[in-house]
Structures are given as C-alpha cells and as structure tokens.
Design a binder for this molecule. Sequence first.
Ligand SMILES: [Zn+2]
Length: 664
Amino acid sequence: MNSLHAITEHVNTRMSWLALCVLTLAIHAFAADVVYIGKPDDDSYTRRQIETASTFYGLNVNSSGSVPSLLSSISNPKTVAIIINAAMLPILDSKQVFALMRHRAQPVSLLIAGIDDSTDTGALKQWSLGAVTGSRKLDTAQADGQYEVGDVSEITRQLSNSTLPFNRGQIFYLVLTPTTVTRSIISAQVKSATLSVFARTTVMGQSVFFSTSQQPTEIPVTADPYRQQHLFAAIAAPMMFLRYAGGDKVWHSPGDYANLTIDDLWLREPYGHVNYEELLQQAQQHNFHATVAFIPWNFDRSQPAVVSLFKAHPDRLSICVHGNNHIHQEFGPFEEHPLEKQVEDIDQGLARMERFKELTGIPYAAVMVFPHSVAPRATFAALKDANFLATANSLNVPSDAAAPQGAEFALRTATLDFATFPSLRRYSAENDIPRPQLAIDAFLGNPMLFYVHESFFASGIGAFNRTADTVNQIQPDTHWRNLGDIVHHLYLEKLRDDGNFDIRSYSASIEITNTHHRDASFYIEKKEDFSSPLVVLIDGQPYPYQKTGRILWLQVPISNGATRQVEVKYGREMNLASIDISKHSIKIAAIRFLSDFRDNEVSDTHLGRWFIRSHVAYRTAWNAGAAIIVLFIALFLVIGYRYRNRRASKRKQVFALPGKIQSK
Ligand SMILES: [Zn+2]
C-alpha cells in the first residue's frame, strides 16, 4: 500500500502545477457545439431530447443569447450541427441561415425539430423547398404499430432496416412530396400506413433534416437489460442526426466487440453437451469467440488435449473467472455470506486461477462472472481492490443498489456507477434476443456479451450460430474477442477541435492505438472514487495524473500507429502464492460433484434438462417442493412402519392363539 503511495507522490511532485492547470483547461475547452435556436422560454420536450442526445455524445448545446448571436455561431468552426425548433421557422430567414451554412469551410447539418400540426405549413414548404408540406396527428393509443428505420446507411448505420418500439400516445407525421433528394429515415408503421416522422432532403446543396414532435414519455430506467429499446426510440431522431452531423467529434467506441460466455465448464471433453473441438469449428465458421466462465475450484483437473486446443486457438477460445467454489450465494447477500468471506473467496479464486495458469499455460481474463446472480455493491469494491478488470452479469446493477437514472446508464452496456468498477450487462442467448436490441448496441458501439450453459447445446453444437450470424450481419466488422480484450477497449473516443483526442474510459486498463495518421495527444478521463490508493501506469511505468472531484485525468502522447497501455492499479498488494488453494471442504466437493453430475449425466435427457432449467428459474419453489416431498416420504415411512407394526402384532396375536393352545 505504502509503495503505491510513494510512487504516486514521487510522480506528482515531478509534474509542475502549471502543467496540471494547462491540462485542466485543455480537457474542457474543446468539445464541439450544437447550436439550438428555440423560443426564449423554450422548455419543450424536443429541447430536452436534444440535450439528452447531445450530452450522451459529449456535445455542448449552445442555446443562450439572442437569435442574431446564435445565428452568428453558425459560422463558428466549433459548430457541428444546427437545430431549429419548428416554432421558430416563421421568425427566421431561411435564405440567411442557408447562406451562413454555405459560407463555412466545413459543411454543417441542419435539423428542424419538434414539428407538429401547429407548425406553419408555408414555412415548412419554404425551408424544405416543397419537400415537406405539412404535419398531421394520429392517435396511436390503440394502434399496434412500430417504427421502421429506413436504409440511409450514412445516417441509419447499423439500425438500417431495423424496427423500434412505439412509445404510447399520439404521433405527428410529416406530409412529404416525393422528390429525388428526399428520403424518409424513420417511419411509423400503423396498420397498413407508413408515416414518416424523420426525413432528410437537400436544399441548395445543404442537408436538411425534419423530425416531428413526440409526446413526452417518462420511461423509468430499470436494471432490465432490455430497457434500451424504448428509451432509445424516444430519442432516435436526434441520436441519428447528431451521430451523423458530429462524425468523429462525438463519443464513439474504438470498434464493435462481442463475446459468447459459457458458464460453469471446465476443461474436459466433452463437458455435458459441449464438445470443444466441434465448438471451435462452429466459432471459426460462424465467426464468434467462446469464453469459458471457469470455476476456480476446478483449477487442477484439466485434460491435456483440451488444454492444447485452448492454447492453439486463443483467438476463438478463452477463460474468465466464475466465482470461486460456486456454492449457493457465494457472492450473495452479506447476511448469508459476509463481506470478509467474499473477499477471502475473491483472493482464493485468484490464487487458484494463477495456479491454473501455471499448470496449463492458458491465460485467463480477471473478469468476474458472479455465480447465480449479481453481488452487492461492496463486493464490486472488493473486486476493484483486487485489481479485477470488470464484472459481467445478466444485470449490471448490484443486488443492493438501484439503477441510476439517465441515458448514459440506460443506453450503455458498461457502467462505472458502482464503486467506479466496470460492470457490464450480458444477454442470455438461451432466450430470444430482440434484433433491434442488438442493432441499437451496434449503433451505439456497445460490446455485445452473450451467455449460455452447456444444456443450450443439447439441440446441437451449432445452437449459437444463429445469434452470431445476426450480430455479424448487423455489424460485419464485429471483433469477437475474449473478455479481457473487450475490457481493454472499453472506452469512447472523440476528436477535439485542436486535432487531439478525448478518451472516456469505462475500464481501469485500456489499450489505445493511434490510427489517425499523425502524432496526437490523448486526454483520458476515468470516473474514480479514490477510495483506495492507486497508481497510473503507462506501458508499465508510473505516470502523472490529475484528480478533479471523482474524475481521474491524464494526458498521453501517442505517435502515429503506436499503441499504449494505460492502467490504473489499486490498493491491496496480494501474495497469491501464500493463499491456501486446497480443496479440503467435503461440502464443497459434494456440491461440485453434484453439479458435474447434473451437467454431464442429468442434462443428457429431456426430462433432466427440463428439471435443470426449471430448478434455476424456480429454485425456491423447487426447494420448497423438495422439502414437501421429503416430508411426505418421511410421513409415508412413519405411517408404513406403524401399519406394519400393527399388522405384525395382530399376526402375532393370531399366531399366538394356537401357540397358546399349543403351549397349553
Ligand atoms: Zn454458474
């Protein structure tokens, strides 16, 4: 602990305060602007949607000041998009706005937002050169419809030809005159009618977008991983517009990543319905990567042939950490398994994984998949303290916490909201995953994580192929990687006005490659609670950083084509070699034996698989059921015993009679 402190202090004193001040200024001054022109007291839902989308992308909304000063901002090179509330159309001079747009060195896009049935139709015709002739209202309260996204690839990107759910209420749609330069981007599909709600046309060489007003919908953000579709649908038009208009100047991921994790397996051939050799073939043919969520207890029982297969194909097969002993509630509520015990399990799990690595030569990603369900918040902090990279579970909200509100949490796969430790959500591929959910992830640059168990492959080793094909069809450049690689690319990047780059990291360990064909500085920010001592390392060497509230900042130069590793190392120094990794508990050995029996024997029959699935889903009911059955059996035995005794004593009496006679 002290040595970490010493390194940090040493590095910090070497860096001058002046340099730190310059860094602070440099971090905030270079975000691109969206000019928003609305009425002076504009508190419309349209404005709120635009602010939400702009904040999500790291854009400043410039909406204060007089109309002339906002108009003059159009010429500012920092401006990447202009949004005019439809209520302002009759007040503004379209010729003046288009002239200002045309005189810029860099092109800029214009969105006319919040169009409804009260919008001046004359103004709409004028601003669209006749392409949009009006807007009408449709009551969809009873309508069973959906939004359909068109195929305007530079705008709709991975959402092309996808659908989005309707949020309840009425909709306004555009009355479009078909022209060669006018395209509908989002349409409401209601019964047999297709009604455009977001469209683009070209006016005097400029791209002009039109979007209709939406009825305010307050959608609460929950931990549900599928929350994303309704929330995204509410801001889809400004999200697509700003992504297009902002280009590299909005937060975007360094690539699209995906992974399939199979829980509970160890390296024996086959494990239940998983034959690794055949799985590898499927992964190669359908382009996916399979990670085994490995129970550390199994560290010393790998079969050499399977080990060789994993070592020969690290691009397709890998290992991450799944609990320690995988006993029930191992990382559950503290009343059942106190925090100190959970910390012991974290440490022993790591020590066992290190031993696994020594024995097999297979590396593992220190990404924790909690057994059964997600852990409490304090366990997240303990994982961070043990320098785990991340945790990935079906819910990314700790069991004792509430989902944070806001688009940032709602729309991203990863969050640092809990102990500033990376928590990722993953989808069960054992159930149908709605295609729009995956298209939204791809559009937002979210890593797509899937998980299954061995019984998923009962229908055949190709069971995951359909999901992999869907992902690869939505995003052909998807990088299927191990979870460690994915966490090392868990950041967003955006181009600054000074030609350098901002990085927002969702991980304490990232790898940045400068692919921009010139040397550049990278300004890195990571949310940090500074609850334990830390040190920042660049390519393994201590490096200065700055602390502002709950943000850790640093600036790193990266030359053209080079890659640098940025790492934050935390608190606890552990001597893993000194931890007892033996398996002396008979109870744990029995649980592991029964789990192996379940996956390798019971899972082999239909009835067995039904029982396993049902037991996972209705554990309490099954346990109660089992208790009742045991009670009945006990009762039956007792009754049976007493009945037998009674009959036996009657028989004795019967037989005794002659005896008595005989004895007589
Ligand atoms: Zn498990």
